[in-house]
Design a protein around this ligand. Structure first.
Ligand SMILES: Cc1cc2nc3c(=O)[nH]c(=O)nc-3n(C[C@H](O)[C@H](O)[C@H](O)COP(=O)(O)OP(=O)(O)OC[C@H]3O[C@@H](n4cnc5c(N)ncnc54)[C@H](O)[C@@H]3O)c2cc1C
Ligand SMILES: N[C@H](Cc1ccccc1)C(=O)O
Length: 308
C-alpha cells in the first residue's frame, strides 16, 4: 500500500512481529493448500506473488529459489493451478515405479515451483517499509473499534490478523488447522517430495518436513511423538533423510476459512484480508495488490495525505 499509494502514511499495529508470527513457521512452498477459493482468483494471486519473488530473487536476497520435485497421489488430481508451475510432467508408469515408495503412490506429477522463506522475506519488506516512513506499533487489539481509540483516526483500516480475526471481529468461519513441522539439514536431498500426508520441502539450508493438518486444534505445544512420526514417514519417502540432522520443530495454526476474506466492509473504512489457510505465503502479494485497489476505492480520491 505504501509503495502503490504514495500520499499515504501507513502504520502496522500487531501483537506479534516476525519471527514470532504464523507466517514465520510456514515452509514457504509456493502452492495452494487448504484454500478452497475460486481457482482463477487463486491463480491470479499466485502469479503476482511469483513476480514479487522474482524481484526479491533478482536482488540476490536469501531464502527464495526455484524447487523441483514430485507430488505422488493415491487418487489422480491435476489441479488447474499447476498451470503457473514450470516443467509440469505427468509421470509415466516406469517413472512412477522409480520414485514411488508406498502402495498408495499410484499417480505422480513432477514440476518446478518456488520457495519463499518467510522470515528473511518479511525482513526485506519491513526494512523497505520503515525506510519509506512506515510506522510499527506493538499492541494486542481487543476489538477493531479500539484501533482509533488507541492510535487516533485513520482513513482506512486493514484487518490482516490471520487466525486472530476469529476473536478480533468474531468471525467464527475462521478456524485453526494445526500444523507441526521439522527443520532438518540433509544436503543430499535435492527435490521436494509431497504425498497425501507428508512432505519434504527445500529451503536454503534446511529441508522442512511435514506435516499435520488438525482442524479446530488450538494447541501450539510441540508434540515430540508427532515430530518422530513426521521424520520416520518422510524417511520412508526419502530414505537418504535417515542421515539428516534434526534442527528444530515448530507448530502453528493455519488460519483456515472456506474462502479467503478479502473485501471492504460496506459503508466502513475497514478492509479485511485474512483466512489464507495453508497458502498465505503463496497468495500474499496478489492479495496485497487487491487490497491496494480496495483502499483506493475507500479513499475515493481523497486529497492530501491518507492515514492507513
Ligand atoms: C506448519 C505450517 C506450514 C505452512 N506452510 C506454508 C507454505 O509452505 N506455503 C504457504 O503459502 N503457506 C503456508 N502456511 C500457511 C501460512 O503460514 C499462513 O497462511 C499465513 O502465515 C497467514 O498469514 P497472515 O499474515 O494472515 O497471519 P499471521 O502470520 O498469523 O499474521 C497475523 C498478524 O496479526 C497479528 N494479530 C492477530 N490478532 C491481533 C490482535 N487482536 N491485535 C493485534 N495484532 C493481532 C499477529 O500478531 C500477526 O502479526 C503454513 C502454515 C503452517 C502452520
Ligand atoms: N502449505 C504448506 C505445505 C504443504 C505443501 C503441500 C501439501 C500440503 C502442505 C502447509 O500448509 O503445511
Amino acid at each position: 500500500i505504501q509503495e502503490r499509494i504514495p500520499d499515504s502514511v501507513v502504520t502496522i499495529i500487531a501483537e506479534k512481529f516476525s519471527p514470532n508470527t504464523t507466517s514465520d513457521v510456514a515452509a514457504g512452498l509456493i502452492e495452494p493448500y487448504l484454500c478452497d477459493d475460486d481457482v482463477d482468483r487463486v491463480i491470479s494471486w499466485i502469479k503476482s506473488t511469483i513476480q514479487r519473488i522474482q524481484e526479491y530473487m533478482d536482488e540476490g536476497n536469501p531464502g527464495a529459489e526455484e524447487q523441483s520435485g514430485y507430488w505422488l497421489q493415491s487418487v489422480k488430481s491435476v489441479p488447474k493451478w499447476l498451470e503457473v508451475m514450470k516443467n509440469v510432467k505427468i509421470l509415466t508408469g516406469n517413472e512412477l515405479k522409480m520414485v514411488a515408495k508406498r502402495p498408495e503412490h499410484k499417480f505422480g506429477i513432477f514440476y518446478t515451483t518456488w520457495y519463499l522463506e518467510p522470515t528473511p522475506y518479511i525482513k526485506w519488506e519491513s526494512d523497505k517499509f520503515l525506510k519509506n516512513g512506515g510506522k510499527i506499533k506493538n499492541s494486542k487489539i481487543q476489538k477493531i473499534e479500539d484501533v482509533e481509540k488507541e492510535f487516533g483516526l485513520f482513513d482506512v483500516i486493514l484487518n490482516c490478523t490471520g487466525i486472530g480475526a476469529r476473536h478480533l471481529i468474531g468471525d467464527n468461519e475462521v478456524f485453526p488447522t494445526r500444523g507441526q513441522i521439522l527443520k532438518v539439514k540433509c544436503p543430499s536431498v535435492k527435490h521436494f517430495f509431497i504425498d497425501d500426508q507428508f512432505y519434504a520441502l527445500l529451503n536454503d539450508t534446511t529441508i522442512t518436513l511435514g506435516g499435520t493438518a488438525d482442524r479446530h486444534q488450538w494447541d501450539r505445544t510441540i508434540n515430540p511423538k508427532i515430530s518422530e512420526k513426521i521424520f520416520q514417514e518422510n524417511c520412508k519417502n526419502i530414505p537418504s533423510l535417515r542421515s539428516a540432522q534434526v534442527i528444530s520443530s515448530h507448530v502453528d495454526l493455519r488460519p483456515s476459512r472456506v474462502t479467503v476474506r478479502l473485501e471492504a466492509e460496506p459503508d466502513s473504512k475497514v478492509i479485511h484480508n485474512y483466512g489464507h489457510g495453508g497458502s498465505g505465503i503463496t497468495l500474499h502479494w496478489g492479495c496485497a495488490l487487491e487490497c491496494v485497489e480496495l483502499v483506493k476505492k475507500v479513499l475515493a480520491g481523497k486529497p492530501g495525505i491518507s492515514k492507513i
